[in-house]
Design a protein around this ligand. Structure first.
Ligand SMILES: Cc1ncc(COP(=O)(O)O)c(C=O)c1O
Length: 363
């Protein structure tokens, strides 16, 4: 007889209650205009393919364990050294390392709404998460963050899903008033946000987290990095998988990072498309947050001029039926009347706007 094992009751109690992160839908089949996961609409630098192909020939050998070349190149770009840089298997990997190393029993803090992975990484470590709520203005509540003074506070800037960026001065005013770690998740900063990286010179309790998934067009590769004091990097390295980045990913990320001309051109194209799309949404008379990211968070109005959760859901469903996939967040009062649209190519955004116009006429 087969020996049985009831995984759900034998898992550690906090894991039994855990909900896995729900990533945006990856639709199967052809013909989708996919504007739901903030991927870059453009492929990575052509130099990535060359670099990756060369590594294929080396795959019998383990990768260099600390991604040394990549750390050095990134460190130099930011006026730091490789001891200030850690590379992750996606920035999600780094958020998990930070949680495992530094979040105490009181839990981490985060603003709400923001990136929905923070509750998941906190849960994986059996830690809680304390909310600092936004109001509709989406202004940073420095007093509330200072009053909480958690061991770790996650701040997304530009924020997700709104695209609203916070200034270096605002971030410095938080850092002045806490003694825990402030993690500034700059996944979208290359599309127009102000980086808090210069503040690393003055504040040892700051970690800047970045990703190659958005501005470098490498979401499929899984590479992220963080900049921090050497002491923090040293601690994070103790819990990092020894070979957390494969050979191809290290070479691909380095090639993408060094092709600055290609990078600048692609980012500029995305920003130009975002602003054109925004102007069209303004023309519909919709409220849209000012975005410094490769997305727009907009509050649709139907043909009768009505907005609200039901209108946003209707539009989301209509677009999906037209094979235009955007993101809808029904779970929070500040997000449920909005849709989040990732910035695609000009052609993709035209398809999105045409579908919206058709909804306005027919719905
Ligand atoms: C704010 C934020 N941080 C991090 C990530 C994930 O980045 P990565 O693909 O490097 O894990 C995302 C992805 O959507 C994000 O929105």
């Amino acid at each position: 007889m087969k020996r049985t094992f009831d995984a759900s009751s034998r898992a550690l109690p906090h894991v039994q209650n855990l909900h896995a992160y729900v990533p945006g839908e990856q639709p199967q089949g052809e013909g989708w205009v996919k504007l739901n996961t903030n991927e870059n609409p453009y492929p990575p630098s052509p130099k990535v393919a060359e670099a990756a192909a060369a590594e294929v020939l080396q795959l019998r050998k383990y990768p260099e364990p600390v991604s040394r070349e990549l750390r050095a190149a990134i460190g130099e770009r930011f006026g730091l050294t490789q001891s200030n840089v850690i590379i992750g298997n996606g920035s999600d990997n780094i958020l998990d390392l930070i949680t495992r190393c530094f979040v105490d029993a009181e839990g981490a803090g985060h603003t709400v709404p923001s990136y929905s992975l923070y509750p998941v990484v906190a849960g994986m470590s059996d830690k809680g998460l304390v909310d600092v709520p936004f109001t509709r203005e989406m202004k940073l509540d420095v007093d509330a963050i200072a009053a909480l003074n958690t061991s770790v506070f996650f701040l997304t800037s530009p924020n997700a899903p709104t695209g609203v960026a916070f200034t270096c001065a605002e971030i410095a005013s938080v850092l002045d008033r806490i003694d825990g770690l402030l993690v500034v998740d700059e996944a979208y900063v290359d599309f127009g946000g102000e980086t808090a990286a210069p503040l690393l010179q003055e504040y040892q309790n700051l970690i800047i987290v970045r990703t190659f998934s958005k501005s470098y067009g490498l979401a499929g590769m899984r590479v992220g990095f963080a900049l921090a004091d050497a002491g923090i990097v040293n601690i994070l390295d103790r819990v990092r998988d020894a070979y957390n980045l494969d050979r191809i990913a290290q070479a691909a990320a380095l090639a993408a990072f060094e092709d600055t001309q290609y990078f600048d051109e692609q980012c500029a194209k995305v920003v130009a498309t975002r602003e054109q799309t925004r102007a069209e949404l303004d023309r519909f008379g919709w409220f849209t947050y000012p975005s410094a990211a490769n997305l727009l968070f907009t509050e649709p109005k139907n043909a009768l001029g009505e907005s609200g959760a039901e209108v946003a859901r209707e539009l989301f469903e209509y677009l999906k039926a037209s094979k235009v996939l955007v993101r809808y967040f029904p779970g929070h009062p500040l997000t449920c009347a909005f849709i989040r649209v990732s910035i695609g190519t000009d052609t993709e955004m035209k398809a999105f706007l045409t579908a919206v116009e058709s909804w306005l006429k027919h719905a």
